[in-house]
Design a protein around this ligand. Structure first.
Ligand code: NAD
Ligand code: UD1
Length: 343
């Protein structure tokens, strides 16, 4: 199949490109490199033995995404392009609605114009209302929705757009995958997560402390109602997540019409202290810790009910936290500066 991967140079998109290429698909990356490096394309081809095509463009420009779809005539689109920093979304909400929501509308119009029906969309567990009691967990696809940040609301807005679009278009075939906490890297150590500036999320932060780029990890709260007092999350290996996308694509192209939302997680939670200990074991490094205060809106516990993905797609995450840390460390230690200077 010809697959257009928007945001294919980013963290998740690059790993999915490798899986697509290895399964024999033709891949075109559509990206404006606003949060990624051009060097990733060479790395993808080193890992997969085949280079994706590139259409450099901006989703906010309808003509760019229209031309990409007209030129490459994809059978399916995997849509990762978007903005994802929660804190930034509070300061610049319009940028988030413009890229995430208007950008997706531009893409859907082009897909509709050129009869491209299959779409896999990167949604997020952040669309759920924060779980407040143990009865709220695990989060199932029918748990209450209620994102608390402009970023989360922009992802939920896209879900509404996609559901409405599918309701009006009988051939639309759309999977909205709600990721929990993707971490880790390709086991080759050639591609991985390369955040711009100081990382916002736990794993890349720990990895940069371990490699000596940052002095210590700040524990953002240790008074949560959890066994060790630190936040619990459902960390899922990026390669498991990538396989989930391929399973979703197979499901769509096997004849599914409509739109569905699905959790991609392991169904298991790990605390911050457990993650630190696992990373220390994987890297042989000590992670110095400084105690800080919780981020506004941070929750104690969040993990998925991942049974729908297993029932519908036959997909189940198999990697352990130790695998995730070992692969993240291989990537970080071999590429302390990530992909290098962004070009
Ligand atoms: P990323 O920032 O690494 O990748 C996004 C890519 O999109 C980048 O290559 C960036 O350059 C590109 N992009 C951004 N704006 C664009 C535009 N206007 N036009 C064209 N390209 C543009 O992020 P990621 O971690 O790979 O996340 C991918 C998707 O998954 C995002 O939509 C994000 O909201 C979603 N998601 C990520 C996580 C996570 O923890 N990483 C969790 C849940 C959902
Ligand atoms: C973040 C995003 C969320 C997104 C999710 C999945 C924020 C506010 N939320 O949430 O929208 O869906 O990732 O990618 O960014 N921690 C520390 N020190 C740090 C960083 C994190 O102690 O320097 C703790 C946090 O308090 C939390 C845990 O580590 O308990 C995980 O944090 P993080 O990786 O940011 O993930 P989420 O909180 O799930």
């Amino acid at each position: 199949m010809n697959v257009l991967v928007t945001g294919g140079a980013g963290y998740i998109g690059s790993h999915v490109c490798v899986e697509l290429l290895e399964q024999g698909h033709n891949v075109t990356v559509f990206d404006n490199f606003s949060n990624s490096s051009r060097n990733v394309l060479e790395r993808i081809s080193q890992v997969a033995g085949k280079r994706p095509s590139l259409y450099e463009g901006d989703l906010r420009k309808a003509q760019n995404i229209g031309c990409a779809i007209l030129t490459h005539k994809p059978d399916a689109v995997m849509h990762f392009a978007g903005l994802k920093a929660v804190g930034e979304s509070v300061i610049k909400p319009l940028d988030y609605y413009e890229t995430n929501v208007s950008g997706t509308v531009n893409m859907l119009k082009a897909m509709q114009a050129f009869n491209v029906n299959h779409l896999v969309f990167s949604s997020s567990a952040t669309v759920y209302a924060p779980p407040t009691t143990p009865d709220d967990l695990p989060l199932t696809e029918s748990s209450a929705l209620g994102p608390v940040s402009p970023y989360g609301r922009s992802k939920l807005a896209v879900e509404h757009v996609l559901a409405d679009y599918a309701a009006a278009n009988p051939y639309a075939s759309i999977a909205m995958l709600r990721y929990f906490n993707p971490i880790g890297a390709h086991p080759s150590g050639l591609i991985g997560e390369d955040p711009k500036g100081i990382p916002n999320n736990l794993l890349p932060y720990i990895a940069q402390v371990a490699v000596g780029k940052l002095p210590h990890l700040t524990l953002l709260g240790h008074g949560f109602d959890t066994p060790d007092g630190t936040g619990i999350r459902d960390y899922v290996h990026i390669m498991d997540l990538a396989e989930g996308h391929l399973a979703a694509l197979d499901y769509l192209t096997a004849g599914f019409e409509g739109c569905f939302a699905m959790n991609l997680g392991t169904g298991q939670g790990h605390s911050v202290l457990e993650v630190i200990a696992a990373f220390e074991r994987a890297s042989g490094k000590t992670i110095p810790i400084v105690e800080g205060t919780p981020r506004p809106g941070d929750i104690a516990v969040c993990y998925a009910d991942a049974s729908k993905a297993q029932e519908l797609l036959g997909w189940k995450a198999t990697c352990t936290l130790a695998d995730m840390c070992a692969d993240a460390w291989r990537w970080q230690s071999r590429n302390p500066e990530g992909y290098g200077r962004r070009q």
